[in-house]
Design a protein. Structure first.
Lengths: 450, 37
């Protein structure tokens, strides 16, 4: 099968370099998180590699009398004092709470049991059991730390009373302990009424609406249970949210792409027309298809180019897939865990059981505890950094990826610590694009300063 | 620019923009499949 080459990649130890079109090659120092333009001579000395490979490529002992490779060796030896560790200390600072496990939609790719229920259609979480859980985790925080609650489901806006009560309670503890508390709801956006709006405003909630494109696409992949179209209702609801934006947090759109829909460009154009803060394009966590993976990467490259042409860094960074890498590169912040699973993050299901991942809710083997009782042996198994545990030591993207998604790895290989090569390729691609645009952006801002 | 033009111009480093330390906890979905740190 022929694969169209979107970018050229070369490698030497912990230096990787990319080239796309006629621009000067961009290099990245994997450990120091430094980005640089390199000379044609150095590019020519690096060894052609590809996005599938994590081999660190040595060039034998031929570097000794080679001035060009000596420059690379010197760069490799440097320690960047600005680089911050990505180690995550144990302590739950993020709770994702399934306030209901009922959903009014029936999305084709639903990773929550196919219908938002995880196989257990609990209508309402018990507030009496949830508040002590929130207190239990927040009590352990110290000043300087923060706490975050994500409301998820099912469709969480089916139970706005829970969002309001849990939110108010967490804010009260936050005030007492001087701990900032933030909130987010991931919703299908179909139920924006007065009661919902009041609850969201009260906690200045950040809002993520799941929508996969314009009506002709979204109604096909995210239909109601009765198969009737719903997209018009979502855009109406979004307009209400945007009118109340000052009393809410950020508003973003989240699309999931898989074999049923890979129309990323159409989604991008549609998202742009809606006037929100940001958008994200996610490859479905349960999709494993190499050809689709290639198509996803190609389309992400196309929308990155569109965004850049539209408004350079500002527009590109509205796409969170790129923005997250920009943030890490500017802050020189390493990531050693793709997510805080079992370290800083827990999921509370609608029966108040605890899990380490939103997608393993309901699986007895993945349960981390119940109420405020934690199964510490399960936490011990997730203690090590994922970059180490998943053997990412030779991958150049390891400190911007953090070892990858354990759920996706498990779905492909049957083992959460044996990596899915498609995930790695996709991630390396998004990171490499981010790095190339990052260099362009910083050059543009430095030129503006002059 | 002196420091950035080292290694006989083979490597010209890009200067990061000063920024606040990102809140690794703020990443979530969208924000990935929900990768929250």
């Amino acid at each position: 099968m022929s694969k169209e080459r979107i970018l050229e990649l070369r490698r030497y130890k912990d230096i990787v370099a990319f080239r796309s079109g006629v621009e000067a090659p961009t290099a990245f120092h994997a450990k120091n998180l430094e980005v640089a333009e390199i000379s044609e001579e150095l590019w020519n000395h690096l060894v052609p590699s590809n996005l599938r490979s994590s081999l660190p490529i040595e060039i034998g002992n031929s570097t000794e009398n080679n001035e060009v490779l000596q420059a690379a060796e010197e760069w490799l030896k440097e320690e960047n004092p600005e680089v911050k560790s990505g180690a995550v200390e144990f302590g739950i600072r993020n709770l994702t709470i399934n306030v209901t496990q009922i959903c009014n939609l029936h999305c084709t790719y639903c990773a929550a049991g196919g219908d938002g229920t995880y196989g257990d259609p609990v209508k309402k979480i018990s507030i009496e059991k949830t508040l002590p859980q929130v207190k239990f985790f927040m009590e352990k925080l110290t000043e300087g730390q923060s706490f975050h609650i994500s409301f998820l489901g099912g469709e969480p806006l089916l139970y706005p009373e829970a969002i309001q009560m849990i939110g108010e309670y967490a804010m009260e503890i936050g005030r007492e302990k001087n701990i900032p508390v933030s909130f987010k709801v991931t919703t299908n956006g179909t139920i924006i009424n007065e009661k919902v709006l009041a609850a969201l405003k009260l906690i200045k909630c950040n809002i993520v609406i799941s929508i996969d494109g314009p009506a002709e696409i979204n109604d096909r992949v995210r239909p109601q249970k009765n198969k009737q179209p719903i997209t018009g209702k979502i855009t109406e609801g979004l307009q209400i949210l945007l009118k109340n934006k000052e009393q809410l947090g950020s508003i973003g759109l989240h699309g999931v792409f898989d074999q049923n829909n890979m129309e990323i460009e159409k989604a991008y154009e549609f998202y742009l027309s809606l006037g929100v803060d940001w958008f994200e394009f996610t490859y479905a966590v349960n999709e494993h298809n190499d050809q689709l993976n290639q198509e996803y990467m190609k389309k992400m490259s196309l929308i990155a180019n569109k965004a850049w042409n539209l408004g350079q860094e500002k527009e590109l960074r509205k796409i969170s897939n790129f923005n997250q890498n920009f943030k890490l590169l500017d802050a020189q912040q390493r990531v050693e865990n793709h997510c805080g699973s079992g370290k800083s993050l827990l999921i509370v299901d609608a029966r108040n059981r605890l899990y380490s991942c939103p997608w393993t809710v309901g699986q007895a083997s993945e349960q981390m505890g119940d109420g405020t009782q934690l199964d510490m042996s399960k936490f011990a198994a997730l203690k090590e950094s994922l970059v180490e545990k998943n053997n990412c030591g030779t991958c150049w993207a390891r400190f911007l990826c953090g070892g990858g998604c354990m759920f996706i790895h498990h779905g492909k290989t049957g083992n959460k610590h044996t990596k899915d090569p498609e995930f790695c390729e996709r991630t390396r691609f998004l990171v490499s694009l981010s790095i190339m645009y990052y260099k362009r952006s910083r050059e543009a801002s430095q030129n503006n300063e002059v | 620019m002196g420091k950035n033009m080292n290694k006989k111009s083979h490597i010209k480093k890009t200067k990061p923009q000063k920024t606040e330390k990102p809140n690794l906890s703020a990443k979530g979905p969208g924000e990935g499949c929900i990768p929250i740190r």
